[in-house]
Ligand binder design. Structure first.
Ligand SMILES: Nc1nc(O)c(N)c(N[C@@H]2O[C@H](COP(=O)(O)O)[C@@H](O)[C@H]2O)n1
Length: 206
């Protein structure tokens, strides 16, 4: 991904920050978008993304997946940063794109409708702390947001795939072609929208 900084006029864009706001469902932290990968239920795209940091440490993945709150998943991840896969900085945007595609096809009606409601406007994650995934108020004007806005840009890319019919409810999301793309020591399989059923982690580990 091109990491160049962008500037957005706040009145011209769709922003999201808090998950209970109009476009809060665009956040990876949003509740109500459950995923299912390798027969494991995952509470949010944030939890899936954070678990993907630690492919060689299934016990860390389990701790992250057992949290109900995506923010707790992120906090747990921060406790184990030294165990992050070594190529993380070069694969994390691909991983995020894949997580968002999984979120889309497994929550197609709700998520595609929300994305299409944004029309053709730029989508920006508003954050005062994170101008890599989002964009922050400019020191010179609070009406301007500045940042890489990587999440917003991936969401706009996803919106285009919906509009063009490249991603539909019946699409299959294939695993990334990166080394050790693993969940609980197993290669991550192709993800469908129609094999969505509940497994408990205790059942997987029985
Ligand atoms: N809710 C929230 N609070 C923050 O402080 C944030 N930085 C974010 N950003 C989200 O975190 C994810 C990226 O995590 P890493 O920093 O790569 O571990 C991504 O979902 C951002 O949208 N969110």
């Amino acid at each position: 991904m091109n990491l160049s900084q962008r500037e957005y006029k706040i009145q011209d864009v769709i922003t999201f920050a808090k998950t209970d706001s109009q476009f809060g469902g665009l956040s990876n932290m949003a509740p109500g978008y459950i995923l299912f990968v390798n027969e494991v239920n995952i509470q949010s795209s944030e939890i899936l993304y954070q678990a993907c940091r630690f492919p060689l440490f299934p016990q860390i993945q389990e701790e992250i997946l057992r949290t109900k709150s995506p923010m707790d998943g992120k906090i747990i991840s921060r406790n184990y940063l030294a165990y992050t896969r070594q190529d993380w900085n070069s694969v994390k945007f691909k991983v995020m794109r894949w997580c968002l595609e999984v979120k889309l096809i497994q929550n197609y009606s709700k998520f595609s409708e929300l994305l299409l409601t944004t029309g053709n406007k730029p989508i920006v994650e508003y954050s005062t702390k994170d101008s890599l995934w989002g964009a922050s108020p400019s020191p010179s004007s609070k009406d301007i947001l500045v940042g890489t806005n990587a999440l917003g840009r991936l969401l706009m890319e996803l919106r285009e795939k919906i509009k063009s019919g490249t991603l539909t409810q019946t699409s299959i999301i294939y695993p990334l072609d990166i080394p050790a793309f693993l969940l609980f020591n197993k290669n991550i399989s192709a993800v469908h929208n129609d094999d969505y059923f509940i497994h408990d982690l205790d059942e997987i580990y029985a």
